[in-house]
Design a protein around this ligand. Structure first.
Ligand SMILES: [Fe+2]
Ligand SMILES: [Fe+2]
Length: 452
């Protein structure tokens, strides 16, 4: 969150709270924010209260003059003075935006919505935004659709003449971001779209970290992943990989945009026969590939990923939303490093397999296809940058990525499959009375079931 975002006029900067805040922020607040001097009576006190959280600053590109600033941090009881200490909103994740200052002549130019939009995205997992207002008709309410936060106390400022009351307001962060984006002009959206692209990439980075924490990688490293667990992962993967070319063709058919259509056609060509790579891996380990191709019912995870594609492309007719699938899957595949690949090979070798690489072609080849600067993932990113150009679309895409990631996590969570029938005796499976009969006297039970 340290980079700046620019268009031809403005630059948005993020500064982590610190004592070394520049004088210009204080000057801007004194110039624009109501009774700043009354709230904070010395500069030391002001600087101290600015230490935590983040500051969002908007500057003019031409002369670097500070036009707008706001301080934002996770809300605490001390910040917002809740009526009850066990306040349900504070107990969920809430951010507090305070001391928003904007030069008067820029308020009508779209800076306010850009400022609010920019501050909410710092805390993407937080659900609510709270702020205090003196003017109840302030445009900030219009942009955020905030309502009075009755669970919080007003702030009273002792002014020279009359006390001033600042009323607390609250809004949901997700709808506030959508509303602020909608209220921006095209010039301001140039900045917001750069933020959207970074937010999507940041979400992917989070998934990559989570993916590498999966049990699968630990088990591979420790050589505790069994052959059956590995086979189960490959077979589940096969069930969505075999659908990929057909879903991509569907996406191409529904894409009105020529660039998007060509992207899906190009991607389709790259994926032709990739299920055969999996079939070769599976067959090398001695599994029944014929059953897999012709008879195995689709597993839940593969069904979810495939149905998601069919739904967004044909039923909802939003083929750009299918970008979530290649973007996430190729991003994850590209994140598999050399050390992971050697763990796969050495783990397979530990099962006594003669040529372990012959059983790992899918994972090894896709780390290469999808990763790197000329990999497939780079093309996905370029398309995302073009197509996912509103806050609403960003939220849809992230929701779809979430579904795909959950399904993939299900596939990569090695199932407890017994390597050897002798292990069954130690397992809880015997507590099931039906299975107990099967395992204790298999022949008799089978004959009884067949009426023999
Ligand atoms: Fe592939
Ligand atoms: Fe790929």
């Amino acid at each position: 969150m340290s980079q700046a975002y620019i268009n031809e006029e403005w630059k948005v900067e993020y500064v982590k709270g610190s004592l070394s805040l520049s004088e210009e922020i204080f000057s801007l607040r004194e110039e624009t924010f109501v009774n700043e001097k009354c709230i904070m009576n010395s500069r030391n006190v002001r600087a101290e209260s600015d230490q935590t959280g983040w500051h969002v600053l908007i500057r003019n590109i031409s002369d670097n003059i500070l036009l707008a600033a706001v301080h934002v941090l996770p809300a605490t009881l001390a910040d917002v003075e809740a009526n009850q200490s066990n306040n349900s909103i504070l107990n969920s994740s809430t951010i507090y935006a305070k001391r928003a200052a904007i030069k008067k002549q820029y308020r009508a130019k779209g800076l306010l919505q850009l400022l609010i939009y920019s501050l909410i995205r710092i805390y993407p997992e937080h659900e609510y935004l709270i702020f205090h207002l003196q003017d109840l008709n302030s445009p900030i309410r219009k942009f955020t659709k905030a309502i009075p936060a009755t669970e919080f106390k007003s702030k009273i400022i002792e002014d020279i003449d009359n006390p001033i009351e600042l009323t607390p307001f609250i809004t949901r962060t997700e709808s506030a971001m959508v509303n602020c984006f909608d209220k921006m002009d095209e010039n301001t959206r140039v900045i917001a779209r750069k933020m959207i692209f970074d937010d999507i990439n940041a979400k992917l980075e989070g998934y990559i970290d989570d993916f590498h924490c999966h049990n699968f990688w630990t088990k591979l490293k420790n050589h505790t992943l069994t052959k059956n667990e590995y086979l189960s992962i490959l077979m589940d993967m096969h069930q969505y990989v075999r659908m990929t070319t057909r879903t991509l063709a569907l996406a191409a058919a529904y894409s009105e945009s020529r660039d998007l259509r060509n992207f899906y056609i190009h991607h389709l060509k790259e994926e032709v026969d990739h299920e055969k790579i999996l079939e070769a891996d599976i067959s090398y380990l001695g599994e029944d590939v014929d059953y897999l191709i012709h008879s195995r019912p689709m597993c839940k995870a593969a069904r979810t990923i495939t149905s998601l594609g069919e739904s967004v492309i044909s039923y909802r007719q939003q083929p750009e939303m299918y970008l979530a699938v290649p973007f996430l899957l190729e991003g994850l595949a590209g994140s598999i490093e050399e050390s992971h690949l050697s763990s796969i090979v050495s783990c397979i070798k530990s099962w006594g397999v003669k040529s372990p690489r012959k059983a790992a072609n899918m994972l090894i080849s896709h780390a290469g296809f999808d990763g790197g600067h000329d990999g497939h993932h780079l093309l996905d990113q370029k398309m995302i940058q073009v197509e996912i150009n509103t806050e609403r679309k960003k939220r849809e895409l992230l929701a779809n990525m979430d579904i795909v990631f959950l399904s993939l996590s299900e596939i990569f969570d090695p199932k407890s499959i017994f390597n050897d029938i002798s292990q069954v005796e130690d397992a809880n499976i015997l507590s099931n009375p039906l299975l107990e009969n099967v395992y204790q006297t298999p022949e008799v039970t089978l004959f009884q079931n067949q009426g023999v």
